[in-house]
Design a binder for this molecule. Structure first.
Ligand code: ADP
Ligand code: MG
Length: 313
């Protein structure tokens, strides 16, 4: 549906987007995840034709966004970081105006405005001036304008920024409901947002794609390393030595426990090994009692931090 090849954008000496290539298939929800300044908005602005790249190519449903901008843009609904709202207009007036821009047939415009207002739950403010709306409502009007004409591709730049938890849930549910009929790309610097909404994630950092995976792949990969938090009674160095001698242990760290004579031990196993039994047998065979053992699975949040930190090195 979207093919991005070797996209680069320089601002002076600063490389904001660095040789990004993406292949986006129809009907799925894709997430651009990355810290602030990673290059998400710049990439989205280029894909939607708002910004020219320094080099590279973008094809939307086979149309080059620069050589055939009309055809390409007709496939896209875009909610930029700062929604392009005409704040002096009433909500319904503005949406009708967007219908005109998007070349919705005159006789279909009222119905289309009605449809997107229902989807984004802004019908109750349809006669209000946009300037007087709360941040949450403005954002939803921004979503509504992106949905007009039911474009094949919907691109949303940080769509839930500034919304309260209830509104966030509504926007996420709306985005999920768009999958299938639409290809959706949304950006966020918040991992949970991407993992809850998207089926595929591109992690962007410093203008580069550092991960390109199905959400399950990413979380499985990192969750497969078992981490155990253990409280044991015994000598600290002895505990470390015993556990280190076990097969499939990647690392062991020890510190003094809260209770007199106890040790807090953190054990990381190598990929996909469950070492609970080996660890408990090894310790008890040396007469070290285990007071507590719990499994600490890595969250996607850790994955994200780990990946972006790796880039730092
Ligand atoms: P994100 O959306 O991921 O937060 P951006 O795409 O907005 O990141 O920005 C990527 C990088 O490009 C940042 O370092 C930012 O400071 C820089 N940048 C963005 N727009 C401009 C601009 N118009 N002029 C100069 N630098 C810019
Ligand atoms: Mg941004």
């Amino acid at each position: 549906m979207i093919k991005v090849s070797h996209l680069t954008k320089n601002y002076g000496n600063h490389v904001a987007v660095d040789d990004i290539s993406l292949d986006i298939k129809p009907g799925k929800i894709y997430g651009f995840l990355g810290p602030n300044g990673a290059g998400k908005s710049t990439t989205m602005n280029i894909i939607t034709g708002y910004l020219a790249p320094t080099s590279g190519e973008v094809l939307i449903d086979g149309h080059d966004i620069y050589k055939e901008p009309e055809e390409a843009k007709a496939c896209i609904g875009y909610l930029p970081e700062i929604p392009p709202l005409y704040v002096d207009m009433k909500v319904s007036e503005y949406l009708k105006f967007v219908c005109e821009l998007k070349k919705v047939k005159k006789e279909d415009r009222d119905k289309e405005v009605e449809r997107v207002m229902n989807l984004t739950k802004v019908s109750d403010v349809s006669n209000r001036i946009i300037n007087n709306l709360s941040k949450g409502y403005r954002q939803r009007v921004g979503m509504a304008q992106a949905l007009i004409g039911s474009p094949k591709v919907i691109i949303l730049d940080e769509p839930t920024v500034g919304l309260d938890p209830n509104q966030i849930k509504e926007v996420r549910d709306l985005i999920k409901s768009l999958a299938g009929d639409h290809t959706v790309i949304l950006s966020s610097h918040i991992l949970s947002e991407i993992s809850e909404t998207c089926s595929h994630v591109f992690i962007i950092d410093k203008g580069k794609i550092i991960a390109n995976n199905a959400i399950e792949t990413l979380s499985n990969y990192f969750n497969s390393k078992q981490v155990l938090e253990i409280v044991a009674k015994g000598d600290m160095d002895k505990c470390k030595e015993i556990i280190e001698a076990i097969e499939d242990i990647e690392s062991v760290s020890v510190e003094k426990g809260a209770e007199e004579g106890t040790v807090n031990i953190t054990v990381t196993a190598t990929y996909s090994k469950d070492v609970r039994e080996d660890v408990s047998l090894a310790l008890s065979s040396e007469k070290i009692s285990i007071f507590e053992m719990k499994e600490d699975t890595k969250s996607l949040e850790d994955v994200f931090l780990e990946l972006t930190a790796k880039e730092e090195e």
